[in-house]
Design a binder for this molecule. Structure first.
Ligand SMILES: C[S@@+](CC[C@H](N)C(=O)[O-])C[C@H]1O[C@@H](n2cnc3c(N)ncnc32)[C@H](O)[C@@H]1O
Length: 295
């Protein structure tokens, strides 16, 4: 049994983060909350517990979840987290992040639709987006796009998955943002960046938040350690003067300074680099490297 008092303490520490504007948080973060190997993400009372082991975590219902699901951390499940206790989640539902709504689906596969570790960066983007154009690459469910559109920007979301782009359109609509006023582009990020470069199409802000590894429909492989530099260089060519390039990776095998070094080598112009932040509910490993480049 995972010590109940540790979970209650972790929840108490997050009391000021959860509010009537935000109800999706990392409720428990491994070593940061005194129990390595356990993470709990709370999506409006529906919890996903993640563990390294293969044994189902035993969590006392008295800690106050509405539903408890489980995902082994090392397994890339395509079927979503496994039901353990409480209410079963059969349908997608909405959570709130800083007043914006996002659709969550526990049956969608590897991720339920929102990466909670980018909350602060999304809000920063929202605050910078007014009257600016955003290209949101590797858009997934378009959470960065929603944040920028809510901040008054025009947005283009780009992804290899039509299903994710449709999910993204629903995320716009549930926030009363007309998806038809924004663009949702299907295809490979490299192909599209090259096309934009050839056509001289420029954006004010570009978000580069790729997976660590991916393979497109033509079996072309993307690996952070091999391809981030060329990705960033291409994106830099598609930025307006004074543009902002937001670069991220959660690849654990490189440090922030190595990541920044890759960007400095790849981009042939001087830039000011301002590190992004992880939200305060992420008290464990600082795996996420994010940086805003002012070119
Ligand atoms: C980890 S998610 C990105 C997270 C996203 N930036 C967010 O804010 O939620 C990975 C996404 O990248 C997309 N993807 C992977 N390789 C791609 C490629 N070569 N071109 C376009 N999209 C790609 C996948 O379809 C998936 O939706």
């Amino acid at each position: 049994m995972i010590p109940t008092e540790k979970i209650l303490l972790a929840a108490a520490k997050r009391r000021t983060i959860r509010s009537d504007q935000t109800n999706a948080v990392r409720l428990f973060d491994g070593v940061g909350d005194g129990f390595p190997g356990l993470q709990i993400d709370d999506f409006a009372g529906r919890w996903i517990a993640q563990t390294f082991g293969k044994t189902q975590p035993a969590i006392d219902p008295a800690v106050g979840y509405r539903s408890l699901y489980w995902k082994p951390l090392l397994k890339t499940s395509q079927t979503g987290p496994e039901y353990l206790a409480g209410e079963r989640i059969e349908e997608p539902f909405c959570v709130l992040e800083c007043g914006l709504k996002f659709e969550i689906n526990f049956r969608a596969g590897h991720s339920p639709g929102l990466f909670l570790d980018q909350r602060i960066n999304r809000m920063h983007l929202r605050s910078r987006a007014k009257d600016r154009s955003l290209l949101n690459t590797f858009a997934y469910t378009c959470a960065f796009g929603v944040a920028a559109a809510a901040g008054g920007g025009s947005t283009v979301n780009l992804d290899l998955s039509r299903q994710s782009l449709d999910w993204g359109k629903r995320n716009y609509e549930i926030n009363q943002i007309c998806a038809g006023d924004h663009d949702f582009v299907y295809g490979d990020v490299f192909d599209w960046l090259m096309r934009f470069q050839r056509r001289g199409r420029k954006f004010d802000i570009i978000v580069l938040d790729p997976p660590t590894f991916s393979r497109d429909r033509k079996e072309k492989v993307f690996r952070i350690q091999d391809h981030y530099g060329s990705l960033a260089a291409l994106a830099a060519d598609c930025l307006n003067p004074d543009g902002l390039l937001f670069c991220c990776t959660n690849f654990r095998a490189i440090t922030f300074n190595e990541f920044l070094g890759t960007l400095r080598t790849a981009i042939d112009r001087p830039f000011k680099a301002v590190p992004g932040s992880m939200p305060p509910d992420f008290t464990g490993d600082r795996y996420l490297k994010t940086v805003w480049l002012q070119l």
